[in-house]
Design a protein around this ligand. Structure first.
Ligand SMILES: Cc1cc2nc3c(=O)[nH]c(=O)nc-3n(C[C@H](O)[C@H](O)[C@H](O)COP(=O)(O)OP(=O)(O)OC[C@H]3O[C@@H](n4cnc5c(N)ncnc54)[C@H](O)[C@@H]3O)c2cc1C
Length: 406
C-alpha cells in the first residue's frame, strides 16, 4: 500500500522543484521536511523588525530554471548594481557595467591597477564568457578557475584586486580552485542578468514555490532517518512507501542518508548591522583589494529599503568560515572598507552557515546522476552546480527521470 506516488525528502529548492514538476504531471507527492518551513538554505527571518536572510545571498534573473518556473514576476524584486566598489588604500573605486553606469569602467584603471594590456585581456575574457555561445563554455576542458586565469595572463592585478575578492564571496572559497566551467557560467549570468532580492527576503522565493503545491503535499517537522528504494522511515512516525523516493536533503544530510561519504562543503558567516545612516547610497558590494578577512559587505537597505523599513540602514558583512570575526577586528575591517567609523553600528543578527555550498572543484562532472536505483533518486545542488540554479535544475532532472521511467 503506497502513501503517494513519490516521497521527496527535503523542501529546499531542489525538493520543491521536484515536487512541482511531478504534481504538474499529475503524480501525487509528499514532501517531508525536517525543519519548520520551506527553503532549506534559502530562508529569511524577521529580527527586531529587520529582514535577515540566513547568510547574504542574491538571485540572478538570468538563471534559466527561475525563468522556467515563471516565478520572478510574482516576487517584488529589488536590484543591486552589477559591479562593486573596490577598497584600495584610501579610496573606493567603482567598477561596474558601463552600459548601466557610464563611469563604471574608470575604477578598473584605479582600483584594479593592472597594466593596460592586463585590463584589455580582462575585458576581452569577460566579454567572451558573457556573450560567446554557451556551447563554447561547455566544450572547454574543465579545470580549476585559477589555472584558466593563469593561462589567460590574468593572474596578476585583475585576479588579486578584482576577480578573487568578487568570486570568493560567491564561491565561498578564495583559492579559486572551483570548476572553471561553473565560474564562467556565474560570470556570464552576472553580466547578462539582474542581481536581485525579493522585498520579503530571499525566503520569499521558496515560499512562493511551496504555495503552488497542493494542500497537504508538504509536511514540516518530519525528519527522515532512513531511505530505501520506495521507502522512508520518518522519526516518530514509522515507514512510508511510494513508487519512488527522491532524497533532496542537502549535500551532507543526503549523502549520509544514502550511505555515501559527504562532499566537502564551504561555510560562511554573515553579520548584520543596523546603522543610523548608510555609508554610501549605492546598492553595491564593497570588496577588499587587500585580501582582508571580510569577503564582502553591502548596504542591503540601499537595494531593498523594505529590509529595514524606517530604521536607518541594514548592512550585511560576510566572512568565509563558520564563525564571525572577533568584534574588534570586524569593526576595524569595516571601518577601513567603508571609510566611516562603524563603532556606532549595532549588531542585529549573525547568520552562521557551516554547510553553505558543496565544493565543486575543477574537473567535476557538469551533472552527476540523479537516479541511484529503481525507486531511489537524489536531487540537490551537489548533483549539479552549487547554486540556486543547480538545485532547481537537479530537482527537475529527478522528476523527469521518474516521469520517464518510474
Ligand atoms: C549563505 C549562502 C549564500 C548563497 N548565495 C547564493 C547566491 O547568491 N546565488 C545562488 O545561486 N546560490 C547561492 N547559494 C546556494 C543556494 O542557496 C543552494 O545551492 C540551494 O539553496 C541548495 O538547495 P538544495 O535544495 O539543494 O538544498 P537545501 O537548501 O540544503 O535543502 C535541503 C532541505 O532538506 C531538509 N532536510 C535535511 N535533512 C532532512 C531529513 N533527514 N529529513 C527531512 N528533511 C531534511 C533541510 O531542512 C532543507 O530544508 C547560497 C547558499 C548560502 C547558504
Amino acid at each position: 500500500m503506497s502513501d503517494a506516488d513519490v516521497l521527496v525528502v527535503g523542501a529546499g529548492l531542489a525538493g520543491l522543484a521536484t515536487a512541482l514538476r511531478l504534481t504538474a504531471a499529475g503524480r501525487s507527492v509528499r514532501v517531508l521536511e525536517a525543519s519548520d518551513g520551506p527553503g532549506g538554505r534559502v530562508r529569511s527571518d524577521v529580527v527586531d523588525g529587520y529582514t535577515i536572510d540566513r547568510g547574504f545571498q542574491v538571485l540572478n534573473t538570468a538563471y534559466s530554471e527561475l525563468q522556467r518556473l515563471d516565478v520572478l514576476d510574482s516576487l517584488q524584486l529589488r536590484d543591486f548594481d552589477r559591479g562593486a566598489l573596490l577598497r584600495r588604500s584610501d579610496a573606493l573605486h567603482l567598477v561596474a557595467d558601463p552600459r548601466r553606469i557610464p563611469t563604471g569602467v574608470r575604477g578598473l584603471a584605479t582600483g584594479v591597477a593592472g597594466s593596460p594590456a592586463e585590463l584589455a585581456r580582462l575585458g576581452a575574457f569577460v566579454a567572451a564568457v558573457s556573450y560567446g555561445p554557451v556551447e563554447a563554455l561547455r566544450r572547454r576542458p574543465d579545470r580549476a578557475f585559477l589555472e584558466v586565469l593563469e593561462s589567460a595572463g590574468l593572474d596578476g592585478a585583475p585576479t588579486e584586486h578584482f576577480l578573487r575578492p568578487f568570486l570568493s564571496g560567491v564561491l565561498l572559497e578564495d583559492r579559486l580552485t572551483t570548476s572553471s566551467r561553473f565560474v564562467e557560467y556565474v560570470l556570464r549570468t552576472f553580466v547578462r542578468g539582474r542581481v536581485v532580492v525579493p522585498v520579503g527576503g530571499v525566503g520569499a522565493l521558496p515560499e512562493r514555490l511551496a504555495a503552488r503545491l497542493p494542500p497537504g503535499a508538504l509536511g514540516y517537522g518530519r525528519r527522515v532517518v532512513a531511505v530505501r528504494p520506495g521507502e522512508v522511515d520518518v522519526e516518530g512516525e514509522g515507514t512510508l512507501r511510494a513508487r519512488a523516493v527522491v532524497v533532496a536533503a542537502g549535500p551532507v544530510q543526503a549523502a549520509t542518508l544514502l550511505g555515501e561519504a559527504p562532499p566537502r562543503v564551504h561555510s560562511v558567516t554573515t553579520v548584520w548591522h543596523a546603522a543610523p545612516e548608510a555609508p554610501v547610497q549605492r546598492p553595491i558590494l564593497v570588496l577588499d583589494t587587500e585580501r582582508g578577512p571580510v569577503a564582502n559587505t553591502v548596504v542591503m537597505s540601499n537595494a531593498a529599503p523594505e529590509y529595514a523599513t524606517g530604521r536607518g540602514a541594514l548592512i550585511a558583512s560576510s566572512t568565509l568560515g563558520p564563525e564571525p570575526l572577533p568584534p574588534d577586528l570586524l569593526h576595524a575591517t569595516l571601518t577601513r572598507l567603508w571609510g566611516v567609523d562603524t563603532r556606532g553600528w549595532t549588531e542585529v543578527a549573525v547568520s552562521r552557515v557551516p554547510e553553505a555550498l558543496p565544493d565543486h572543484p575543477g574537473g567535476s562532472p557538469l551533472r552527476r546522476p540523479v537516479r541511484l536505483a529503481p525507486g531511489l533518486l537524489v536531487a540537490g545542488d551537489w548533483r549539479d552546480t552549487p547554486s540556486s540554479q543547480g538545485a532547481l535544475l537537479s530537482g527537475r532532472r529527478a522528476a523527469d527521470a521518474i516521469l520517464l521511467r518510474p
